[in-house]
Design a protein around this ligand. Structure first.
Ligand code: OOG
Ligand code: MG
Length: 261
C-alpha cells in the first residue's frame, strides 16, 4: 500500500471520529487483507494529522493486554495507540454522549514515566525503576467501527479505539505497592459491573509498559520521560448510557469517577 492510501484510510477513520458516526471496518471493503504492520502505518498517519492540528500526545497506551479484553474483542495480541490532550476529562467530570459514537468504559492502571525507556529487551522491573508514579484511570474507548466489530489490523489502524480518559488525582509511588495484587472494581450507578486485579494485565501491569517499549523499539521509538501511559484494561469494557455515574475503585491507589450526560 502507498503512503497516499494510508493517508486516505487515516482520514476516513478521523472523519468517523469527528463526525461521531460509525464506519465500516477497513477489512470489510477498503483493504480486505490489511496487515497489522499496515494498521500501524495508518495509525501513524492519524497521529501525524493530530499533531499537525496542534494536538499534544499525553502518552502511548497499551490495549488488549488482559485475557478479559482479548476474549471480549476476539483478538489475541496486545496493541498500542496514542492518547491526546483533548481526550483527557477531569476526575469527577462529565463525558457527553453527543461527542462520541458508542463509548465503553474500562478500568486501568496508568504509569507516569520518569526517564526515557528504550527497548528492546526491557523488563517490567526496569519499567518500575523508571516510573515516577502510578495512578488509576478509567479509559473510555469508542471504536469507530460498527458494533465494535474489528480484526486486529482494523483496531490498530483505528488508534486502538482511543477516545477519552479520566485519570485519578493522587499519584502514588509504585514501590509502595504490589501492582499485580491491586484489586479494582468498576461500578455504574452503584452496581459493580466488572472487577479484577493488576495481574490480569500480563501478570503485572509493568509488563505491559515493558512490552510497549519493546514494540516501539521496532520503529526506532521509545517511551519518553513525562509520558502518562495506560497499561490496558484489567476488566472487560462496559457500554455507557446517558445519566450513568461511573466509579472505579482501586485498592490503595484511590478512586476515579465521571458522569455521562
Ligand atoms: C480496543 C482497545 C483496547 C484496552 O485497554 O484493552 C484497550 C478495543 O477494545 O476496542 O484500550
Ligand atoms: Mg484501554
Amino acid at each position: 500500500m502507498s503512503a497516499t492510501v494510508y493517508q486516505e484510510i487515516a482520514d476516513y477513520l478521523v472523519a468517523g471520529e469527528e463526525e461521531k458516526r460509525e464506519v465500516k471496518k477497513v477489512t470489510a471493503e477498503l483493504k480486505k487483507d490489511l496487515t497489522v504492520e499496515e494498521g500501524y502505518q495508518i495509525q501513524e498517519k492519524i497521529v501525524s494529522r493530530k499533531l499537525a492540528e496542534g494536538r499534544k500526545i499525553v502518552g502511548p497506551k497499551m490495549g488488549l493486554t488482559s485475557k478479559a479484553k482479548m476474549d471480549q474483542m476476539n483478538v489475541d495480541e496486545p496493541i498500542y495507540g496514542y492518547v491526546f490532550d483533548y481526550m483527557v476529562i477531569d476526575n469527577g467530570g462529565k463525558v457527553s454522549l453527543s461527542d462520541l459514537i458508542h463509548p465503553k468504559v474500562e478500568a486501568e492502571i496508568a504509569f507516569i514515566i520518569d526517564e526515557d525507556i528504550e527497548g528492546p529487551g526491557i523488563t517490567g522491573a526496569q519499567v518500575l525503576a523508571k516510573t515516577k508514579s502510578v495512578i488509576p484511570a478509567l479509559e473510555i474507548i469508542d471504536s469507530r467501527y460498527e458494533n465494535f466489530d474489528f480484526t486486529l489490523p482494523d483496531v490498530v489502524a483505528d488508534n486502538a479505539s482511543t477516545s477519552r480518559v479520566v485519570f485519578g488525582t493522587s499519584p502514588k509511588c509504585p514501590s509502595d505497592f504490589d501492582l499485580d495484587v491491586v484489586g479494582a472494581t468498576l461500578a455504574i450507578n452503584g452496581e459493580i459491573k466488572e472487577l479484577g486485579a493488576g495481574a490480569a494485565v500480563l501478570g503485572h501491569p509493568a509488563n505491559a509498559i515493558a512490552m510497549l517499549a519493546n514494540m516501539l523499539a521496532r520503529k526506532g521509538e521509545k517511551i519518553r520521560k513525562g509520558d502518562v501511559i495506560l497499561s490496558g484494561a484489567l476488566t472487560g469494557a462496559v457500554l455507557l448510557e446517558k445519566g450513568d455515574t461511573v466509579l472505579g475503585k482501586f485498592d490503595g491507589l484511590g478512586d476515579v469517577s465521571f458522569t455521562v450526560t
